[in-house]
Design a protein. Structure first.
Length: 388
């Protein structure tokens, strides 16, 4: 068929292909995050699928991989939600006991006196709160809250339908990418005008970033979150261990870390009387929690997925702003594509060697030096050589 097309026809076909791909991306933009998440899941569980495929037909192997992926995600999340609900229920019970043991009239009078004394200090403001104004305000809040709850319930019905639809689409996309991975990769290599070698470079970089973010950063964040919550518990704050573990884990995913909560919390504990506990929480974060990242990152995060900390911070927050929670994964992947594109441009147009090539060359040079040193040790020196 190549012989039947003229040069102008080939150019026109190339333009139409680019337009078709651009329109396809625009057409599927609503499900972009869902497709990316399915692709990430299929990539991470491909080793399991290959192992099952060597022992089972394709259909059962794909079903087993899907079941394993769901269990790997649903079971930990359900356990964390259950523990958090138990902790919140216990806290609510403690608050209820406190309310029953407290005189509401005396408490209300104290609150009103405190608020009115604070308002009296504000210049050009002459407002005094009474129980009647509080009751009317509570009625308005209740009415607005009821209307808001009604809207939330109305939207929840559509939300359930949308969630079911997204779940079905996710399953189909996940299974399609899992069972047709090689065909998809071949198609990407053929469509990329930069060639198969550069395409493999991009795919390798993206794969390393996905493994580093999901398999590395999330695990490191879990260790740091649990360690931070444990330090609070040991320091004397025994309420909400699992809630703190979840919150600190979520904060540890982003480069700022859980220290934005635990360190001020430790200072507050020290100022309010628990000096030893507060100092323990503060220094435990500085000495232990931060070094968890330094210890685990070289083990869990591939070298190809390590960005400059400033670029990592920008990519994570930009990804969260654009894609929501999944921007934690998508943002760094997009940033590694940008950095790789710049490296390829500098290598092609300015002859700058890429970092991977420099690293491989240094590694080969080091291997040669080690082999030369080992041979020099094995060969006898001239002074010790046997004489005839």
């Amino acid at each position: 068929m190549n012989q039947e097309f003229t040069l102008n026809q080939r150019r026109a076909l190339a333009v139409f292909t680019v337009l078709a791909l651009a329109f396809g991306a625009y057409f599927l933009r609503t499900y972009f995050v869902l497709i990316v998440v399915a692709a990430v899941g299929a990539y991470l569980f491909t080793p399991l699928f290959r192992w099952l495929s060597s022992r089972l037909p394709t259909g059962p192997a794909a079903a087993g991989t899907l079941l394993a992926a769901l269990v790997a995600v649903i079971v930990p999340v359900s356990l964390l939600v259950f523990l958090a609900v138990v902790q919140i229920s216990r806290a609510v019970g403690e608050v209820a006991d406190w309310v029953q043991a407290t005189d509401p009239n005396a408490l209300g009078d104290k609150v009103l006196k405190f608020i009115n004394s604070a308002l009296a200090k504000v210049p050009f403001l002459h407002v005094e709160l009474t129980m009647e104004t509080l009751r009317s305000a509570m009625v308005n809040v209740a009415q607005k809250g009821g209307e808001l709850l009604l809207h939330v319930l109305e939207g929840a019905v559509g939300g359930v339908v949308g969630a079911v639809t997204s779940a079905v689409i996710f399953l189909y996309v996940f299974l399609a990418l899992l069972t047709h991975r090689e065909e998809v990769l071949t198609l990407i290599r053929r469509l990329n005008p930069l060639g198969a070698e550069v395409t493999d470079l991009y795919l390798a970089k993206m794969g390393s970033m996905v493994r580093g973010t999901v398999g590395g950063q999330f695990v490191i964040a879990a260790f740091q979150g649990v360690a931070g919550a444990t330090s609070l518990y040991i320091g004397g704050f025994h309420q909400g261990f699992f809630i703190f573990a979840i919150v600190l884990t979520a904060l540890s995913i982003i480069p700022l870390g859980a220290g934005i909560v635990t360190m001020p919390f430790g200072i507050g504990m020290a100022l309010f009387g628990n000096v030893f506990g507060g100092l323990f929480v503060f220094f435990f974060h500085l000495i232990v929690v931060t070094n968890i990242d330094n210890f685990l990152r070289p083990i869990l995060v591939p070298r190809d997925a390590r960005l400059n900390p400033a670029l990592m911070l920008l990519s994570v927050f930009a990804g969260i702003g654009m894609f929501g929670f999944w921007g934690i994964v998508i943002g760094p992947v997009l940033m590694i594509i940008i950095v790789t594109t710049i490296d390829v441009y500098l290598a092609v147009y300015h002859g700058v060697e890429m970092q991977e090539q420099n690293r491989e060359r240094k590694q080969r040079r080091g291997n040669r030096l080690r082999r030369s040193a080992s041979r020099a040790k094995a060969e006898p020196s001239p002074a010790n050589a046997p004489t005839g």
